[in-house]
Write a protein that binds this ligand. Structure first.
Ligand code: ADP
Ligand code: MG
Length: 732
């Protein structure tokens, strides 16, 4: 890896943090997801404390009570009182800090001589910095055993650790307070940031000067200094903006080269043919395509005709009829002598796609069976659980070209499959389809398939540019007519337990009317420790209690594949009234007769997940109801998510709310804590302007340097590609 980097500055940035701070502190950094010098420099102070400011204590305590600040805090405050308390064997020192409005209790425990020592230190000055962990004592927040340094006329005095705080204060007039951990107090982080800055000092900037000028950002070293050792808030902001721009720019450059690269790829053109499968299919389609379905189809047909592979993202609400559009594209390719693959995220969905496609195609999908039309092709399903005995035949059919339409899960991408002539890959639900995947599908270097990515999660433009910047985007905003209203209500199960009973009653009533219902729970099995709804529990509880009169089924990911398919089939056929399920039913499941959805512990789900789930109802002509059961209190983030979902069915509005609540790391995958997020600072909504600017400049970079020879830019791209290997995925 060492020789990957061509520029001195990026080489230095990619060195392990242990080079600066040794193994022990390095380990502590790792807990924060910080491994390299670069990571340290991008670990931003959360707050800036000016050396002369005092902390707003009433605000801090208020925030702490509401659970919105870290436990670890550093405050600058006045010492209001200091007194010794407790009996001599268990002596403690009680200190009250104040900022003039609020008070914070601070306690030290220890031997008499230490207590005396601390007391003496504390009385050396009125003011000091106190840093430590907030906790509760007798219903009041208190700081136990903070490190502290007192601000005296001779400078700061305190313990060795505390003196580091003092040094920071003396060095720059502002102190960055970092997200910290018990092993890694904020001043250790700021010391390390300083070491990191020295480590890269004078090594230059990988971002070309003309880009810096055009974007009006300061150079990298200055930015790092400004961020970590600022002399003013304005300077800090300018530094931040540069580091944020870096991320936007690096992503956009990678995308721009990817776009340029794919412009060079060749695809076999698949012009639309008359009197083929597509026409036969259209002729038997039981409905009229919406205007938007038509329009998107035309765009796609236009692209399939060209020698350059289509790279298109098709977004549209659940039920907006994307699948039909995709299928028409697939048939066009089959008409042109090629094959098409449809990749679904789960087995259940792959099964459903198979059923839908077979139904829509009828004997057009019956291949070489006797009596099938001459133009008919084979539609096959290949997933991870396809038995080995069938597998060989299926693979033969795919290799010979007899199978024109291949449906499978993304698991297909883990193995190599040979196609006779793969012309189109349709990816359901926004998974990336990159180089490795192409290789897995046996795509030849000289001939790329057209690619259509479908997503029901509306993606704001800035996200689309960041994450899917190499794709062109089409959007379907209208739903095919005849769709019903869905009313969504948040049910507070703590303050309104009677409403929960009413919810089940409502389900029973709908069933009595001949309708069907979903009950969604966040997990399969009950957890030992916490309560909360599980599929198994709710199934047992409902089928023996409030829904005893209904036929209740259960669906979750741990059931054997056959059983899953069987349950879905029975529910779709109306043999089951109520389906108790996990998010397995999230995407694509189509049962127009379902009119109620009760989501248990709704706060466990993200906004887009709830939106997707709700898309399972209101698909027919009957008005539908979605009930979100929750114990999340009003005023919490979780409750706000639910209120947002209840307030609108506009997926774009919801996706913006969602984004504003989530950290960018979640947006771009790698949501597990501890893994490093490639984009630490960039918020796709907040920084939409910089993203757009970066995109324009990135296009210029590609124009100036089509072969990507600039070592600085090259490093950028490599760095980002390496970091962004995690797929886009919904945080769940
Ligand atoms: P999506 O994939 O976008 O969630 P689907 O393609 O699965 O949506 O379509 C949802 C349902 O609507 C399916 O039952 C489909 O057959 C039906 N449908 C699609 N297009 C139309 C249309 N133009 N008019 C009426 N029904 C349609
Ligand atoms: Mg679909």
């Amino acid at each position: 890896m060492a020789d990957v980097w061509q520029t001195a500055v990026v080489r230095a940035l990619e060195e392990p943090v242990t080079r600066l701070v040794g193994d022990k502190t390095g380990k502590a950094f790792e807990v924060l997801g910080i491994r390299t010098v670069h990571d340290v420099l991008r670990h931003m102070p959360r707050h800036l404390m000016s050396g002369t400011d005092t902390t707003d204590l009433s605000q801090l305590l208020d925030d702490y009570r509401r659970g919105v600040v870290d436990d670890y805090v550093a405050v600058m405050a006045r010492v209001a009182s200091v007194k010794q308390a407790g009996d001599p064997s268990r002596l403690r020192l009680e200190v009250r800090l104040t900022d003039g409005t609020g008070f914070l209790e601070v306690t030290f425990f220890g031997k008499k001589h230490m207590i005396d020592y601390w007391q003496k230190l504390l009385s050396r000055s009125e003011r000091g910095i106190f840093a430590g962990k907030l906790g509760w004592f007798r219903d009041r927040p208190q700081l136990a055993h903070p490190a502290f340094a007192m601000d005296t006329r001779d400078g700061y005095i305190g313990s060795a650790d505390s003196m580091r705080v003092a040094r920071q204060v003396m060095k720059s007039s502002y102190i960055g307070l970092y997200p910290q951990s018990s092993k890694l107090p904020t001043w250790t982080i700021s010391e390390c940031a300083e070491l990191a800055i020295n480590h890269i000092a004078g090594l230059g900037d990988a971002l070309p000067e003309w880009v810096r000028d055009a974007a009006d950002v300061i150079d990298f070293e200055a930015a790092c200094r400004a961020v970590h050792l600022p002399t003013s808030r304005e300077e800090h902001a300018a530094g931040r903006r540069r580091l944020i721009f870096d991320e936007a720019f690096a992503t956009q450059v990678a995308m721009a080269y990817r776009r340029a690269d794919s412009r060079l790829h060749r695809a076999r053109p698949r012009p639309r043919r008359t009197a083929g499968l597509l026409d036969a299919f259209d002729a038997r389609l039981p409905f009229v395509l919406t205007e938007q379905q038509q329009a998107v189809s035309e765009v796609i047909f236009g692209e399939l005709e060209r020698t350059r592979p289509m790279q298109r993202l098709l977004q549209g609400e659940v039920g907006s009829g994307k699948t039909v559009v995709a299928l028409r594209a697939m048939l066009t390719v089959v008409d042109g002598g090629g094959q098409a693959v449809l990749l679904a995220p789960t087995e259940v969905l792959a099964q459903q796609h198979l059923a839908t496609v077979r139904e829509l195609l009828g004997d057009l999908g019956a291949g070489a069976t006797l009596g099938a039309p001459e133009m008919a092709t084979d539609v096959v399903l290949l997933t991870g659980s396809t038995p080995a005995s069938q597998r060989r035949d299926l693979l033969d059919g795919i290799a010979s070209g007899a199978a024109g339409v291949v449906i499978g899960t993304h698991a297909l991408l883990d193995q190599r499959i040979d196609f006779a002539d793969l012309g189109l890959v349709v990816v359901d639900e926004q998974h990336r389809f990159g180089v490795e995947q192409r290789n897995a599908l046996g795509v030849r270097a000289d001939q790329h398939p057209h690619v259509l990515v479908m997503t029901a999660t509306p993606i704001p433009r800035s996200v689309a540019m960041t994450v899917f910047g190499d794709l062109d985007v089409s959007t379907i905003t209208e739903l095919p007519g005849g769709r019903a209203d869905v009313t969504t209500t948040v049910v507070d199960q703590v303050t309104r337990p009677a409403w929960v009973d009413r919810a089940w009653q409502r389900v029973a009533e709908e069933v009595a009317q001949g309708r069907q219902a979903f009950v969604i729970t966040p997990r399969i099995t009950a957890k030992d420790d916490a309560g909360g709804a599980s599929v198994e529990e709710m199934y047992a509880k409902l089928s023996s209690g409030p829904l005893a009169t209904c036929k209740v089924g259960m669906l979750h990911g741990r059931l054997p594949t056959d059983e899953k398919a069987d349950v879905m089939r029975r529910f779709a056929a109306g043999a089951l009234d109520v389906l108790v399920a996990t998010t397995v039913v999230e995407v694509g499941v189509d049962v127009p007769n379902a009119t109620v959805m009760v989501v248990c512990d709704a706060e466990s789900f993200g906004i887009s997940q709830l939106h997707q789930l709700r898309g399972r109802i209101g698909r027919g002509s009957h008005p539908s109801v979605c009930l979100l059961l929750t114990s999340a209190e009003e005023g919490t983030n979780a409750r706000e998510r639910l209120n947002a979902v209840a307030s609108t069915r506009d997926g774009f509005v919801l996706s913006e709310v969602d984004l504003s609540q989530r950290r960018e790391g979640d947006v771009l995958g790698n949501s597990q804590s501890g893994t490093r997020s490639s984009l630490r600072l960039l918020r796709v909504l907040e920084h939409a302007d910089d993203i757009a600017l970066a995109r324009t400049l990135a296009e210029q970079v590609v124009e100036r340097d089509p072969q990507l020879t600039d070592p600085g830019v090259r490093d950028y791209v490599t760095q980002i590609e390496r970091l962004a290997e995690g797929d886009w995925q919904e945080a769940t």
